[in-house]
Design a protein around this ligand. Structure first.
Ligand code: PLP
Length: 461
């Protein structure tokens, strides 16, 4: 029997959610052009679209909101955030920005331009977009086992280090503007990166004099997996693991809307105080985000973030947090539904291709399952597959993703065991009639970049 780890908190405020009927949902999703991003939030019962900015803040964070210092320059909330960043990550320079993609927008053009390449264990969609907006090309280099959802290996988020070195030599080290380590590896299913892998990647980068950036949205969940799964780190605290992990890189970009449990925020970190990047980051930040002591955030956001950075690394919170994903995974095992295994940190990536083996990648099996979940029970999820990946920037042809997932992203401290049971029950019901769903979707309109947020779809009859 699947075991649920009880919440290490109690509930102080509640938010009512609207119930809808299946008929209403059929109509609503059609009006939304079968794109779940087009639905109104209030028409969703359990919202697993993303774990980004959807967490519940603590009483300490809400108290911090009142204490936020709204000075334009040099607010005390900025210093509190800076000190928290220096303490937890061990970096000299901490730059607030309004979210993760803002960090990418500020930093990446300083490292990349036309003709250059960026290599990652796996790029998140906005990260890939900012590599391309800077004129460069993004290359994924994840370990092979990440591409097989049934292989249960402990660090499926790792970089393929041998392949990385081969790619560097193939393109020429001077052409590689940056190597990006995404921890945890979001697009591969929230899979962790090991300390050993990070160290090896760092050695390769040093050898060829290539800057190493951490895409650090899930720094805490990654550290929790490292503690549980990697022998050399099992006696270290989460904070020690985070600090050592970050010591191997030169910079980090972070969406603080994930592990730092705020509704809005992001960070850039630079390890060395004498890095020439710092002045350029400040300049870009002032142009795009705001003065460098607030970076597009209000003082109250800075204050909540300074607190959230620490709450995210609390070990009993992390045990409960990862426990929620593991609970869903155990129930899916019992039901014979396959997912990226072992389950990752921030959610469950259900193998939609396995559920709909007869639907080809260009009819978007991940999107098929996402739409079915909404119709079945008002659950909102998203495709992490060929629909999200989009078209080849050169040939404009539909790319085939390594996997066709439907992602159940779990917001932090928001849903209870009964909600999670409701989700699994819906998946089981869909699996039972999966063979009756014969065809997928076609795109009737799409924007040139990051299309999955806005595209219009229709079912193929
Ligand atoms: C969410 C995320 C981003 C982008 O951050 P936003 O805050 O959504 O702009 C970048 N990289 C990873 C790995 C992410 O999960």
């Amino acid at each position: 029997m699947a075991k649920y780890i009880a919440e290490p908190f109690r509930i102080k405020a509640v938010e009512t959610i609207k119930m809808t009927t299946r008929d209403e949902r059929e109509k609503l999703i059609k009006e939304a052009k079968y794109n779940l991003f087009n639905l109104k939030g209030e028409d969703v019962y359990i919202d697993l679209l993303t774990d980004s900015g959807t967490g519940a803040m603590s009483v300490e964070q809400w108290a911090g909101v009142m204490k936020g210092d709204e000075a334009y320059a040099g607010a005390s909330s900025y210093y509190k955030l800076r000190d928290a960043g220096i303490d937890v990550f061990g970096y000299d320079y901490i730059q607030p920005v309004h979210q993760g993609r803002a960090a990418e927008k500020v930093l990446f053009p300083l490292l990349l331009n036309e003709g250059k390449y960026a290599i990652s264990n796996m790029f998140f969609d906005t990260t890939r977009a900012h590599v391309e907006l800077a004129g460069a090309r993004a290359i994924d280099c994840v370990v092979e086992e990440a591409k097989n959802p049934t292989i249960r290996s402990p660090f499926k988020g790792n970089m393929d280090v041998e392949k990385l070195e081969k790619l560097i030599n193939e393109y020429g080290p001077e052409k590689i503007g940056v190597v990006v380590m995404t921890i945890t590896n979001n697009s591969a299913g929230g899979q962790p990166v090991s300390m050993k892998n990070m160290r090896e990647v760092s050695e390769v980068c040093k050898k060829y004099n290539i800057p190493l950036n951490i895409d650090a949205a899930r720094y805490a969940e990654n550290a929790y997996f490292v503690k549980k799964r990697e022998e050399e780190c099992k006696h270290m605290s989460i904070q020690e693991i985070v600090k050592q992990m970050f010591s191997y890189a030169d910079t980090f970009t972070m969406s603080a809307k994930k592990d730092a449990i705020v509704n809005m925020g992001g960070l850039i970190g630079v390890k060395d105080a004498d890095s020439p990047l710092i002045l350029k980051i400040k300049a870009n930040c002032i142009s795009y985000e705001g003065f460098y002591t607030y970076g597009g955030l209000s003082g109250r956001d800075l204050e909540a973030l300074a607190i959230g950075i620490y709450e995210g690394i609390d070990e009993s919170y992390l045990a409960y947090r990862i426990g929620q994903s593991e609970y869903i995974a155990d129930r899916l095992d019992e039901a014979g539904i396959s997912y990226q295994a072992p389950v990752g940190g921030h959610g469950v990536f259900v193998d939609a291709q396995a559920m709909f083996p007869h639907i080809p990648y260009y009819e978007f099996p991940g999107q098929v399952l996402a739409v079915e979940l909404y119709k079945e029970a008002g659950i909102r999820t998203c495709d992490i597959g060929s629909y999200m990946l989009g078209n080849d920037p050169d040939t404009k042809e539909q790319l085939k993703a390594d996997f066709e997932f439907t992602r159940l992203a779990i917001p932090r401290r928001v849903y209870t065991q009964a909600h999670l049971d409701n989700v699994v029950d819906a998946l089981i019901a869909i699996k039972e009639r999966a063979h009756e769903i014969k065809r997928g979707y076609r795109i009737t309109w799409e924007p040139p970049i990051l299309r999955h947020f806005q595209a219009h779809l229709e079912p193929i009859e």
